[in-house]
Design a protein around this ligand. Structure first.
Ligand code: SF4
Length: 272
């Protein structure tokens, strides 16, 4: 059987380090599916990641890749895009990386509308660094830093991205692989800051802390915890609170940062 996706991976870096049943591999495959559908080549696509389990994905992918510092993937990616706006720049990040340590970079990337596609692997916890609660750990769920259950309210990262100025915002899950790939492809096709939340399972850090370490059951929970946006929109408010909408949540036009910066270059007398 032809394994057409192998060419996108660095065979000498495999096998990967993710735990059995982890959702990170599923989301990474969906990113590759979207890249292939978008027709991007390995020579004009740059993958940038921060730190954490999901950020290890960039090391396995056979593109030009940057594995950067914790929370700093978006500023590195901004630099790449501003230096060469013709490149397709994709950021792979986790919920801790993007919304805690990198939270300010995230909102300002949205505000500037930098032409990036940011895929947030949301497993609701810090996996690699020890199972601490992240800003996306649901209230009441346990973590090593919240052994009696988190009391903080979690971010809705999609609402945060939209409010901060992202021009394409979508959500899907590791259960809905084809849908997830389509959502990421929508981001790749958009010009401006595209944000896709990929809800996925971490059976080791989140699962074990919350008595749900079976990856298959975690995927069923992903399936049952969401609803397509069109159907979700018709629910009464109290029912909407029980599930996350998946699909395209926001899509609008606004000048991207590199094009806006061209006007500065022009006013300053052009490129040297
Ligand atoms: Fe995946 Fe969680 Fe294991 Fe990290 S700790 S590799 S996120 S299952």
């Amino acid at each position: 059987m032809e394994r057409s996706f192998e060419k996108y991976f660095r065979q000498n870096r495999l096998p990967h380090m993710w735990c059995p049943g982890c959702g990170n591999g599923i989301v990474t495959k969906a990113v590759i599916m979207a890249i292939e559908k978008a027709g991007f080549s390995q020579d004009n696509t740059v993958i940038v990641s921060g730190i954490g389990c999901s950020s290890r994905a960039s090391g396995y992918m056979d593109f030009d890749t940057l594995h950067t510092a914790h929370g700093r993937a978006i500023p590195f990616a901004t630099g790449v895009k501003m230096a060469n706006p013709d490149l397709n720049v994709i950021v792979l990040t986790g919920d801790g990386d993007c919304t805690a340590i990198g939270g300010n970079h995230f909102i300002h990337g949205c505000r500037r509308n930098v032409d990036l596609t940011v895929v947030l692997f949301n497993n609701n916890i810090y996996g690699m660094t020890g199972g601490q609660a992240s800003p996306m750990t649901p209230t009441g769920k346990k973590a090593t830093t919240a052994p009696y259950g988190a009391i903080d309210r979690p971010f809705d990262a999609c609402k945060l991205a939209e409010a901060a100025g992202a021009t394409y915002v979508a959500r899907s899950t590791a259960f809905h692989v084809q849908h997830l790939a389509d959502m990421i492809k929508g981001g790749l096709d958009s010009h401006g800051f595209s944000f896709i939340e990929a809800m996925c399972q971490c059976p080791t850090a989140f699962g074990r802390n919350n008595k749900m370490a079976d990856p298959a059951k975690m995927m069923m929970a992903l399936r049952d915890g969401v609803m397509m946006k069109a159907a979700w929109d018709k629910l009464p408010a109290e029912k909407q609170a029980e599930r996350f909408p998946i699909g395209v949540l926001c899509q609008k036009e606004y000048i991207d940062y590199a094009k806006a910066y061209d006007t500065v270059i022009e006013k300053a007398g052009g490129r040297a």
